[in-house]
Design a protein around this ligand. Structure first.
Ligand code: GUN
Length: 292
């Protein structure tokens, strides 16, 4: 079994991006500037956004954190998005999800200028992705593709089973694994809460990508020998032995599944850090697309 080390790979990617930023500085060019909008006080969301800002500092990007209260109305958030769309200093921005209940997520995502949509969640960018056109690929699926590529994991002609059909991970992942090219050329099954006999499907899989958020969901008996297992789950589980009072748990029963897998991502240190590195990559791309 080989560990797909997302932490180290993400560091490599950020080091590569930092070199590109240095070149921009040497050429007296503007460096990429990412803004992140967070509405409310959800602990996990605040942590993720904090990590994104920290990553900007690491690679040499400028960053702006926009914090809005949980009582923010949809109109107020749409006004802020309009400001960011029109602000030439900002190359790309994200609105951290989930949003409070009074705000319509789809309306918000559609208000983002597609050329600044470094999350790749706007329908125009999602459509381009599905049509193999150059665009921003959502950071988590993009990070998984990058991990598979850098570790030389064969995807062509393989059966990939994706568990979970979220707009952020499962759905785009299922499209990307089936696209022409590498990593891709895979035969994809997208499973979800209405799928019957899921173990019968997962035991046929060469590659399993779980994006459910249910700790220890994927058990060894659901996996065939030699499968590649990608765990996107990051659930906080209370743990009094930890300083923060919780630990992060993936969707995969790692201790047992890792005995059967050929490649597997750990949690933490697998897909999570890759997501952040690929957001940096998309922000660099947003900046480069503005240059002539
Ligand atoms: N919430 C969970 N993952 C993500 C992500 O990749 N981007 C944004 N904006 N919100 C998220």
């Amino acid at each position: 079994m080989q560990l797909l080390d997302g932490k180290k790979t993400a560091e490599d990617i950020k080091a590569e991006i930092a070199i590109e930023v240095q070149k921009m500085i040497t050429n007296a060019e503007k460096v990429p500037h990412l803004a992140a909008v967070i509405v409310g006080n959800d602990g996990a969301s605040l942590t993720y956004v904090g990590s994104k800002v920290k990553a900007c500092q690491r690679v040499g990007f400028e960053s702006t954190l926009v914090k809005m209260p949980s009582t923010t109305s949809e109109t107020e958030l749409l006004k802020k998005i309009k400001e960011l769309n029109e602000d030439n200093a900002i190359d790309g921005f994200i609105v951290q999800l989930p949003l409070p209940v009074q705000i319509d997520e789809q309306k918000v995502l559609m208000a983002i200028d597609p050329s600044k949509d470094v999350d790749g969640f706007h329908p125009e960018n999602f459509g381009k992705m599905a049509l193999d056109m150059t665009t921003f690929i959502p950071a988590t699926p993009f990070g998984i593709l990058e991990l598979l590529e850098r570790y030389g994991v064969e995807t062509q002609g393989k059966h990939t089973v994706v568990i979970g059909r979220s707009h952020i991970v499962g759905r785009p992942m299922s499209i990307l694994m089936g696209r022409k090219g590498f990593p891709g050329n895979s035969t994809v099954t997208l499973t979800h809460s209405y799928t019957k006999n899921i173990a019968q499907i997962t035991t046929q899989a060469d590659i399993i990508i779980t994006a459910l958020g249910v700790p220890n969901y994927l058990k060894a008996e659901m996996v065939k020998d030699g499968a590649v297992v990608i765990d996107v789950g990051i659930t906080r589980v209370s743990d009094d032995t930890k300083e923060k009072g919780y630990r992060i748990t993936g969707d995969v029963d790692f201790d047992n599944v890792s005995k059967k897998a050929s490649f597997i991502t750990p949690v933490p240190g697998g897909v999570g850090p890759m997501t952040i590195a690929m957001l940096m990559k998309n922000t660099l791309l947003a900046r480069e697309m503005k240059r002539d």
